[in-house]
Design a protein around this ligand. Sequence first.
Ligand code: WTA
Length: 656
Amino acid sequence: MSDDDVQLEARLEEQEVFEPPESFVEQANVNDEAIYEEFDENWPDAWERAAELLDWEEEWDQVLDDSDAPFYEWFVDGELNASANCLDRHLADRGDEAAIEWIGELGEKRTYTYDDLHREVNEFAAALRDLGVEEDDVVTMYMPMIPELPIAMLACARIGAPHSVVFAGFSADALATRMESADSEFLVTCDGYYRRGDPLEHKGKADEGLDDVGHDVETIVVDRLDDDYDHPMKAGEHDYDELVAEYAGAEVDPVTRDAEDMLFLMYTSGTTGQPKGVKHTTGGYLSYAAWTSQSVLDIKPDDTYWCSADIGWITGHSYIVYGPLALGTTTVMYEGTPDYPDKDRLWQIVEDYDVTQLYTAPTAIRAFMKWGKEYPEQHDLSSLRLLGTVGEPINPRAWKWYYKHIGREECPVVDTWWQTETGGMMLTTLPGVGDMKPGSAGPPLPGISADIVDVGGDPVEAGRAGYLVVNKPWPGMLRTLYKNDERFIDEYWDEYSNPDRDEWVYFPEDGAKIDDDGYITVLGRVDDVLNVSGHRLGTMEIESAIVGVEGVAEAAVVGGNHEIKGEAVYAYVITEDGYDETEELRDRIIEGVEDAIGPIARPEQVIFTPELPKTRSGKIMRRLLEDIANGDELGNTSTLRNPDVVEDIEAKVRGD
Ligand code: WTA
């Protein structure tokens, strides 16, 4: 390193507050701090600002109806269609402009202008309708990052059929559970996709899942692999390209949807083994996705914006598809991995497309750091104006590396905290307004009210850890868990609501602390949910997969620290009598987890143990298992029923 570099590193290391760059502020969509006050003084009506970003067929009568809290309703009696908002209204001005820039794993490029996208969405919507999809039928999608995925989503939105996208990396079992739970009779999937240049077959997994679905399913298959994989079409299956060709030129009027009508379902992990079907609505969700895309990601129609998430997760729904397209910008979609063919792939794409905003996850940033700055340095990244991160806490070192080596110290970094349930960002700085503090997401967005409280629901002092709560409803919030209002209340609203305050408080299940400036640092989940490479996984789901393996008596799963993934899955397993602790059993356990959930949940370590550390009342001491996984100092073990087991387990994890 040169002397200049050393000095710069030292300065960065010490700096704790970063002002937004002047050049950014000048052009920012939102650059007046008065916005916070406007929302405070005029709440909830100030939220009309978000709804006004959309075209409504019928304007709302009331901004918020809280008469049946916590079943809040937003933009009551308003009517609109999400696909018309993402497509039709842009055609006159931006029909020839790129809506989606898609880059395939093999380096193929496809550009869909707004005209193209509108055309294909209409054709596919017409096909879906003729296949029998009616308004409010849930259509499942089980596809990787190919353009047909957002096309299918928008086609569903057009005809008022909610979609339920299942991440392509999930297993056949996971697909079946979600289709059963949603009573979904339609599936859009594909034959396969490419990973590291090789074809990866996907259709077999979909078939296997369908075998476990107890009702008939009409399936549409996108041919992504061409001749690399020939699969015969079975009864009840349709080829995507043939359907679209058959309906060439068809137009489907966008179905008028009530603001509160479901736009989509998204399954996510919770404390129990059963995934939760989070319900998002047409008016509130779309307004919120558009508003946060505009105010936080600073999206303008002329931008080429890139969110590197997968559409199979909420980040891709809100910030690859709905938010950016509602604003009429160009959204980049990349099928592949960041290190194929080489570790500069992302930077090559930024350079090739003059990407203006990059929104990615801390796990990716940690990998970039490890690979080294020489990869970004090979490329011209000067088109970048803003950087964002999401999905897990980002440590200050990674933040600063991102800021310096990707953002040239000229781009604000927005660390955005939110969840599948919140629909969009909740805590973050406004990039044209607030100072940034690496490691801290920032204050709640305008109109969002959050606190850090103790178990009794009372705010804790600045600097102390507590539970993050959201005190007021917001338009992008989930409305319920699909067909399970009771679980919705139990999971999110009951436990920590403060009865004295006579209001409902939303509990996101995250621990956090707040500083004197009102900046919130999110510390991580307080329930049994892991965050592996930004992917949300329930320990209960993994445990039940392991216990389902022949020869396993009991299992406890915890998260251990991992340099790149953030958290990694540690599985402590007790074998059944008569079964030995063998490599063969270990392999079957890993396979069992991959079959039940997917490779993302694969245990980093499987540790056989004769017993699990339990309290006298028989509860597994997970905290202790976490400390062991991390090689941390163990706290008091005297309250254990079986303190002796701890040393044994420690020795095994260390590999003694
Ligand atoms: C975590 C992803 C710290 C958090 C959008 C949350 C974060 C869970 C951040 C939701 C962040 C997300 N800082 N933690 N900026 N963003 N999280 O539903 O624990 O997949 O509850 O939504 O990710 O994960 P989900």
